[in-house]
Design a protein around this ligand. Structure first.
Ligand code: IPM
Ligand code: MG
Length: 368
């Protein structure tokens, strides 16, 4: 049987730096665990625009459709602010999500013990936190039509459309309920059914799927604004949160900060199963391209490394190896290795991106 295939799209800003550390880890798995991957690389975002005048070429899109999993770094940067909307770096990422139909975006917010003091919230609020946000990723206001900026009378009008079909809501709801069964068995669904028809439909469909297929799972509903407030007040009340594309974007950034740093949080974007049974999948850190520190070796590679752990778990059925990699990151943090984003103390010299990657490799070696 051939090796599983990975397409690496490192992208812009700190993307290539953090991905270089993941590549060391991929090599480690080949050498030490006999888990070989066929790795290919491509361009996305501003890097692709610079080379080809588009944030994603048709060839790279095609390649992404034909691998077992895509690993993405980050896209965007101020250099590209002047570009036309249609070729901005973000369009490359959105095209990948849409054309691969990656409707279920898993964003875990887990607070590592060693970082509980580092959150801007009180330690007892965040210590032991382990929640999973399931964000709908291929529909809603990100993609709804009509959209655009039009002239009306003597002024311009900006238009976006929030639109959800029943089947779009049902499939992401199922993925949230399935995950909950393997975790704390609780789902909280968030929308704005008090002001939006799409929110009313969202609540109805989630309730129907629950009654028909998942009545063993505890389900609650919350307005998304109240959900944001509850995430800051007492986040440990949640297990799985399921929500739409835009609310999920906002809520997942907020949830990320509960854990101390955006530099720690991975994500998986999953679609329907392919012929080989693996889901269509793209893995990426939740953080952006951080152009202010790009190229300086300051970035924290943990989010990208933990995204590869999610790939091991969700694409390659290697739960034990995913546990090993997550435990290695946890050990390194417990040992006090800190990149700049995890330090308040100006007097301490931070670990560089590669120091952090090397420490994770050392912890992996020690786990054998
Ligand atoms: C995210 C990002 C993206 C989004 C951007 C880069 C298009 O913020 O993945 O959360 O808005 O979805
Ligand atoms: Mg975001």
């Amino acid at each position: 049987m051939s090796n599983p295939s990975l397409l690496i799209l490192a992208g812009d800003g700190i993307g290539p730096e953090v991905m270089a550390e993941v590549q060391k880890i991929i090599t480690w798995y080949g050498d030490k665990r006999d888990l070989q991957f066929d790795v290919s690389e491509g361009l996305v975002g501003g890097a692709s625009y610079d080379a080809h005048g588009t944030p994603l070429t048709d060839e790279t899109m095609e390649a992404a459709q034909n691998v077992d999993a895509v690993l993405l770094g980050a896209v965007g940067g101020p250099k590209y602010d002047v570009l036309d909307f249609s070729v901005k770096p973000e369009r490359g990422l959105l095209r990948l999500r849409k054309e691969m139909d990656l409707f279920s975006n898993l964003r875990p917010a887990q607070c590592f013990d060693a970082l509980a003091d580092f959150s801007s919230l009180k330690k007892d609020v965040v210590a032991g936190l382990d929640i999973m946000i399931v964000r709908e990723l291929t529909s809603g206001i990100y993609f709804g039509e009509p959209r655009g900026i039009i002239e009306e009378g003597n002024e311009r009008v900006g238009i976006n459309t929030q639109r959800y079909t029943e089947s779009e809501i049902a499939r992401v709801a199922r993925s949230a309920f399935e995950l909950a069964r393997k975790r704390g068995n609780k789902v909280c669904s968030m929308e704005k059914a008090n002001v939006m028809e799409s929110g009313i439909l969202w609540r109805d469909v989630v309730t129907e799927i629950h009654e028909a297929e998942y009545s063993d799972v505890e389900l609650s509903h919350m307005y998304a604004d109240a959900g944001a407030m509850q995430l800051c007040r007492w986040p440990k009340q949640f297990d799985v949160i399921v929500t739409d594309n835009l609310f999920g974007d906002l809520l997942s950034d907020a949830a990320a900060m509960l854990t101390g740093s955006l530099g720690m949080l991975p994500s998986a974007s999953l679609g329907a199963p392919m012929a080989n049974g693996r889901p269509k999948a793209l893995y990426e850190p939740v953080h952006g391209s951080a152009p202010d520190i790009a190229g300086e070796g300051k970035a924290n590679p943990c989010a990208c490394i933990l995204s590869f752990a999610m790939a091991l778990r969700y694409s390659f059925d290697q739960g034990t190896e995913a546990d090993r990699l997550e435990a290695a990151v946890e050990k390194v943090l417990a040992d006090g290795v800190r990149t700049a984003d995890l330090l308040n103390d100006e007097g301490v010299t931070p670990a560089s991106t590669s120091d952090m990657g090397n420490a994770v490799i050392a912890a992996l070696d020690a786990s054998l």
